[in-house]
Design a protein around this ligand. Structure first.
Ligand SMILES: [Zn+2]
Length: 83
């Protein structure tokens, strides 16, 4: 999973954020948008239908959660498209 590899290079401190992951207009095949919590320690939550569920996952992992929903990083989407 690209996100785990990406975040493992960073510090071990817990900093969780919820990501809004949706396909780019030219994604082949398109996939359903989902929300997922990720932590800088390398922890990754499950793909969720709603941001509420993803935030619940995030807080169960660590209380240091960013309140802002972030858009998923483009490189991950691009890599997914190539697979
Ligand atoms: Zn963590």
């Amino acid at each position: 999973m690209w996100a785990v590899r990406f975040f493992k290079r960073k510090a071990e401190a817990h900093a969780v954020a919820v990501y809004d992951t949706r396909p780019s207009p030219d994604a082949r095949p398109p996939f359903d948008p989902y929300f997922v919590a990720m932590c800088e320690c390398g922890w990754l939550g499950r793909a969720r239908q709603s941001s509420e569920e993803a935030f619940k996952d995030a807080y169960e992992h660590d209380p240091n959660v960013s309140k802002e929903i972030r858009l998923a990083a483009k490189p991950g989407v691009a890599q997914r498209e190539r697979d």
